[in-house]
Design a protein. Structure first.
Length: 265
């Protein structure tokens, strides 16, 4: 069995457990689109959009299927609804440019193609910042290994000046700020480190801003709020974790313990 076949089988099994899994629908749509099975790809991507209508990427990919099927009007319609909030995915602009070109509207097509070029350039800049931040992080890790925590902190802060959304540096600094008695046996930001239960709500929110769609991070934050005695916030985080990973029975159990009600599977 080829890798795409194995992937499709895996996603279908996941959807048998819960149909409310936009990522699984989306990944299935990608495979089916690459195979030129456009009607099936459209249904998969429609399901992803139904589960998460606020995802510009899901909408952009759905629109590209409609465009490949020759329905430029439908392609445009699915993207116009989110245009006012900003299309953070460059392919959305590209799809609109192609759709208007197919409709014979050269002016709009050119405008969206220019937006596509700008968005692509911005994306390249973000990637460049990320790569630039990796060097001081690696240097900081070496300083930690040598026991030079102050020098490491300076380098982590340098990485954050380059890329403020770089959550790994935030994690290391937060770990360094903990009292020695609160630190775990391992150095560095790991999701399993018990000392993270002592992190402040301020840091917890920084992590969430960087990784909003990560079920492990949301579950981690739920655990932090449990330790802080903030039951309502903990329940909110576990509800989001369960939404992102509906197949996780352990997350549903934690939510139930907090008085929450997981959505029916």
């Amino acid at each position: 069995m080829h890798e795409p076949d194995k992937a499709l089988k895996c996603f279908r099994r996941s959807l048998e457990k819960s149909t409310e899994n936009p990522q699984a629908h989306f990944e299935m749509g990608k495979i089916l689109y690459e195979r030129n099975q456009l009607p099936l790809a459209k249904e998969a991507r429609l399901s992803a959009v139904r589960d998460d209508a606020n995802s510009p990427e899901y909408l952009a990919r759905l629109s590209s299927v409609y465009l490949a099927m020759g329905d430029a009007d439908a392609a445009i319609e699915y993207l116009r609804g989110v245009e006012t909030t900003g299309l953070s995915v460059p392919t959305a602009y590209y799809t609109l440019a192609r759709a208007y070109r197919n409709k014979g509207d050269a002016a709009r097509s050119a405008a969206y193609m220019e937006n596509f070029r700008r968005a692509t350039s911005a994306e390249r800049d973000r990637e460049a910042r990320k790569l630039e931040a990796e060097r001081p992080i690696a240097q900081a890790q070496r300083e930690l290994d040598r026991g030079n925590s102050q020098a490491a902190r300076v380098l982590f802060e340098k990485a954050l000046q380059v890329d403020p959304s770089q959550w790994e540096s935030h994690a290391y600094i937060a770990e360094m700020d903990l009292p020695v008695t609160c630190r775990g046996p391992t150095r560095g930001p790991t999701l399993t480190c018990k000392s993270w239960s002592k992190l402040t709500p301020i840091y917890a929110e920084k992590v969430k801003l960087s990784w909003p769609g990560n079920s492990e991070v949301r579950a981690l934050l739920g655990g932090i709020y449990v330790q802080l005695g903030e039951k309502y916030k903990a329940r909110q985080e576990y509800e989001e974790a369960v939404r992102l990973a509906p197949e996780r029975a352990d997350l549903r159990q934690r939510l139930l313990q907090l008085g929450g009600k997981p959505q029916s599977q």
